[in-house]
Design a protein around this ligand. Structure first.
Ligand code: AMP
Length: 292
């Protein structure tokens, strides 16, 4: 299969064509950045790609909606997909090196067995998203390992927007002894503070406006962290959403950053984060903030 060449961007859908392109690029000194995505690209994704292009000679961006990480088929079916739009957005990025888009079929990634492996992430997978989306991180671990094996990057970029996922990926590459550096990228937000997400496009403009409250609550939590007992903060957050007609709180948790265990008492040498998940109608939104 021939690549479609658009400026400094090439698009591949098969592993073979991707591999022959990568082989032609490799010199002994070359670094290859990798940004895995599920498409429906927004400025959050683009910030990862831009950073990867600055820090590597060449960059692979994968666009693949991974079936094994969805908890229900409805969510998988309604997940926004628009490859042409995504390619236009990637094309707008200025890069000296090559941006290689890998948009594989299910068979290219999974062969003929679309199944997820079971991992032991040392308990990271049991907190927060793991509780509310059972099996989700096993699906994420399965696809990320497969993609890392296919692409073979020197550095892979993940957003702190999905902070629990980021910690799980760090654990995954340790367990599998995959030789890749995992780079954490900060959260991109809309002007009103709402964390950018492919799901935001499903909100009405009134909902999107009101959803700024999620980040406002997180910022106030950060302000309270140094002098307010944790259970009081948690109650305060629950109160903020109790009478909210638009936002339904699913969970709020303050965790130690490395283990993601819920914080009971604060140890000054450790780092903590607040994590939140809400629903607006059937649209699920997550966010988090560093507290110290
Ligand atoms: P997704 O397509 O949702 O799987 O996301 C692909 C990557 O983009 C993941 O590493 C996400 O954490 C990251 N990402 C998504 N939204 C944002 C955001 N608002 N800011 C920074 N990174 C993000």
């Amino acid at each position: 299969m021939h690549p479609i060449i658009v400026k400094s961007m090439k698009v591949f859908t098969t592993n073979q064509s991707l591999h022959s392109c990568l082989a032609s690029l490799k010199t002994s000194a070359s670094s290859l950045g990798f940004v895995p995505t599920m498409g429906a690209l927004h400025q959050g994704h683009l910030s990862l790609i831009k950073r990867a292009t600055k820090e590597n000679e060449n960059v692979v961006v994968s666009i693949f909606v991974n079936p094994t990480q969805f908890n229900n088929t409805g969510d998988l079916e309604t997940y926004p997909r628009d490859l042409n739009q995504d390619l236009k957005r990637i094309e707008s990025i200025e890069s000296l090196g090559e941006i290689i888009v890998y948009a594989p079929s299910e068979a290219a990634v999974y062969g003929n067995s679309v199944t997820k492996e079971a991992f032991d992430f040392g308990g990271l997978e049991l907190q927060m998203e793991g509780k509310f989306r059972p099996g989700h991180f096993h699906g994420v671990g399965t696809v990320v390992q497969k993609l890392l094996d296919i692409v073979g990057p020197t550095q892979a970029y993940f957003g702190e927007k999905d902070f629990q996922q980021l910690q799980i990926i760090k654990k995954l590459v340790k367990i599998s002894k995959t030789n890749v550096k995992i780079i954490a990228c900060s959260i991109e937000r809309e002007p009103n503070g709402l964390a950018m997400s492919s799901r935001n496009t499903r909100l009405t403009s009134a909902e999107r406006f009101h959803a700024s409250k999620i980040y406002d609550v997180l910022k106030t939590t950060k302000g309270k962290f140094s002098d307010t007992p944790l259970d009081e903060i948690t109650k305060w957050v629950a109160n903020q959403f109790e009478k909210d007609a638009i936002i339904n709180l699913e969970y709020f948790q303050i965790s130690e950053q490395l283990t993601l265990q819920p914080a009971n008492k604060i140890e000054p040498q450790k780092k903590y984060r607040a994590f939140i998940s809400v629903y607006i109608r059937n649209i699920r939104l997550i966010d988090n903030i560093a507290l110290n």
